[in-house]
Design a protein around this ligand. Structure first.
Ligand SMILES: [Fe+2]
Length: 310
């Protein structure tokens, strides 16, 4: 695990002690694959899914990015019951080569990037607010709200991330992040453990501010895919926003000047890699990219930011 502090931590801005005690983190030597037992999904769990999904459906139709909307339309992700991993995975594989890997919970960075490098995306099969979720985290002080949970759950994993993996360019970008993460962890450049940990945190910050909580400038071009026109300056592409009712409504309110809780900042890769985040709260900032292509280009052209040498 790379959450331990290193001597380079003082270089980061916005340092937040993000630790949840008592949660099991799975590594590559653990039995981390846990097939989805679809026949055993409870009616109650389907109802939780339906409620979460339907609560967001219209908001996302209006505000989510084009890549998301198109992916959602082509995948069997129902609005009223648990999605079935084995029904989704072959379709993604056919489009972009990614597959879903059902996992037992949080994965450590090494395992996470290693499976991303194989174009595999980890998905969990439990849902927030369900008895199985409570049972798994019994004795752990973890947020478990309808609006948000910091835990990977099926709603975040499938509803938030998976539609994007139908897009070829996005899927390649995610794969490149996995490859880079793996190169950093195996310390390909021989920088030593402190710099390895520091550079990995830079990559985690970057992932957070982009594919987890990023926004795109709204040019109006995606409106033809929407039922109602997007009436704010941004489109949402961060999966952490997409799977959280609280976070979406915060973005919309701040964008419309009805709240000042969070700021919208221009994409600045140097700043983003050095800015830590708080996963247990509404974000205090969102970085805005000009376009998905500009994000991919910038990531490819600035890899040195992840190879800080001290
Ligand atoms: Fe995520």
């Amino acid at each position: 695990m790379v959450s331990q502090s290193t001597k380079y931590d003082h270089l980061f801005k916005n340092v937040i002690p993000n630790t949840i005690d008592g949660i099991r983190i799975f590594g590559k030597n653990d039995d981390y694959v846990k097939p989805q037992n679809y026949d055993n999904v409870l009616n109650l769990e389907n109802r939780i899914w339906a409620e979460l999904f339907q609560n967001l459906e219209f908001l996302l139709d209006q505000y989510a990015s084009r890549e998301y909307l198109l992916g959602m339309r082509t995948l069997p992700i129902p609005n009223n019951m648990f999605p079935e991993f084995e029904a989704i995975s072959p379709l993604i594989e056919n489009s972009t080569g990614w597959t879903l890997v059902p996992v037992a919970g949080f994965l450590d960075e090494e395992l996470f990037f290693d499976i991303n490098k194989k174009r595999q995306f980890p998905v969990t099969d439990i849902i927030r607010q369900s008895p199985r979720f409570d049972e798994k985290y019994a004795g752990v002080d973890i947020q478990n709200d309808e609006g948000y949970t910091p835990e990977p759950d099926i709603f975040h994993d499938i509803q938030g991330h998976i539609p994007f993996l139908m897009n070829k360019k996005y899927a390649d970008f995610m794969w490149e992040i996995g490859v880079l993460g793996d190169e950093i962890i195996i310390d390909e450049r021989g920088l030593g453990p402190d710099l390895m940990a520091h550079n990995l945190k830079r990559l985690q910050n970057y992932a957070w501010w982009t594919y987890e909580f990023g926004l795109i400038s709204n040019t109006g071009e995606s409106d033809r895919f929407r039922r109602a026109a997007n009436d704010m300056d941004y489109e949402i592409y961060g999966a952490g926003i997409i799977s959280s009712f609280d976070e979406i409504t915060n973005v919309v309110k701040c964008a419309k000047g009805e709240s000042e809780r969070s700021r919208f900042l221009p994409y600045n890769m140097e700043e983003m890699v050095m800015t830590c985040f708080d996963y247990s709260n509404i974000q205090d900032r969102y970085y805005v990219i000009e376009s998905m292509d500009s994000l991919y280009d910038s990531f490819r052209n600035n890899q040195e930011l992840f190879w800080f040498e001290g």
